[in-house]
Design a protein around this ligand. Structure first.
Ligand SMILES: NC(=O)CC[C@H](N)C(=O)O
Length: 312
């Protein structure tokens, strides 16, 4: 379980409230992860290709983005001094991590920079189906998130191969990423189980969060009025374009999402952690994934090692 949150701003509005809202979402996202936290903020649109590997630095600027991340809670990582960077950013991608695969090291902390992508992931996926279907380079760190983004990077910024990767994912994944080959787009995707919700405020800023309840709480703190909240259905890829200065949904594609039996069992404990009953029910209405059957255990009973003393 991890927390995703972020904003695509309407750049014609004063950024102050959207910045306060985004930071408040980051603090609320601590309930889904305190191993590490980070925020990637867009500085400028660029097509410049930058082949840097996954970074283990706490504050790095590359290819038009600045990624600030570190161990611990969001409020330990994000200092008020960074808010001016957020004010100037058309987009910010946030993450709080609760590690499921890979140590709690900086190299495994998100947002991750993988090839041309900067990405965040909530969930846990099997890496072997991705490795066997796509020929991926050796990862730098140990998290499943990196393997997932290696496969998405290899899709080359083209829609059909991207949908192919999303359909190959086995496990839980909500994903938000940017691709430098699509410099003014933010991609939001949900495969199975891991929740993702999107909200728009009355000023035209768009936010996302793992838990829709965070929108209501953060909006009170930031004096923002939420106009609409949407639960992203399982098996959805959404593309948000901000080239005109404000967020616009330009694409919405569906695919078949695949979970493991253990993901279904964990849904109530991990995916819906902190959800109100109403939000959980609203999300369950947009859930449709297939579940892989578990490998059958052998039915043969092993012979007893010890005979009972009575000889029976
Ligand atoms: N729990 C999560 O969603 C974290 C994402 C990923 N599985 C990791 O361990 O980094």
């Amino acid at each position: 379980m991890c927390g995703l949150f972020g904003v695509v701003r309407n750049q014609t509005c004063d950024p102050t409230r959207a910045t306060i809202m985004c930071v408040a979402l980051g603090q609320l996202a601590e309930e889904r992860g305190k191993d590490s936290a980070g925020l990637a903020v867009a500085i400028s649109a660029t097509k410049k290709l930058d082949r840097r590997p996954v970074t283990n630095r706490r504050d790095v600027t590359a290819g038009g983005w600045r990624i600030i991340k570190g161990p611990g809670r969001f409020r330990d990582v994000w200092k008020p001094a960074y808010n001016s960077a957020l004010d100037a950013a058309p987009v910010a991608l946030g993450h709080t991590r609760w590690a499921t695969q890979g140590g709690t090291t900086l190299v495994n902390s998100s947002p991750l920079q993988v090839g041309q992508l900067i990405g965040t992931h909530n969930g846990d996926v099997d890496t072997w189906p991705l490795r066997s279907e796509f020929s991926l380079p050796r990862p730098t760190g140990g998290t499943d998130t990196e393997v997932l983004y290696q496969a998405l990077d290899q899709a080359g910024g083209v829609i059909l191969p991207t949908l192919d990767v999303l359909e190959s994912v086995v496990g839980r994944a909500a994903l938000v990423w940017t691709d430098r080959r699509w410099p003014q787009l933010v991609m939001l995707a949900r495969t199975a189980v891991s929740p993702l919700s999107v909200a728009v405020d009355t000023e035209g800023n768009l936010y996302w969060a793992s838990n829709p309840g965070w929108f209501r709480k953060a909006a009170r703190a930031a004096d923002v009025t939420i106009a609409e909240i949407l639960m992203v259905p399982e098996g959805t890829l959404m593309m948000i374009d901000y080239s005109s200065g404000s967020p616009a949904l330009v694409g919405d594609r569906r695919f078949t999402a695949t979970a493991r039996a253990k993901d279904d069992r964990l849904a109530h404990i991990v995916a819906y952690r902190g959800f109100s009953i109403e939000d959980q029910m609203a999300d369950e209405e947009v859930c449709s994934h297939r579940t892989l059957r578990e490998p059958q255990r052998s039915r043969s009973v092993s012979a007893p090692l010890w005979l009972s003393p009575s000889g029976k």
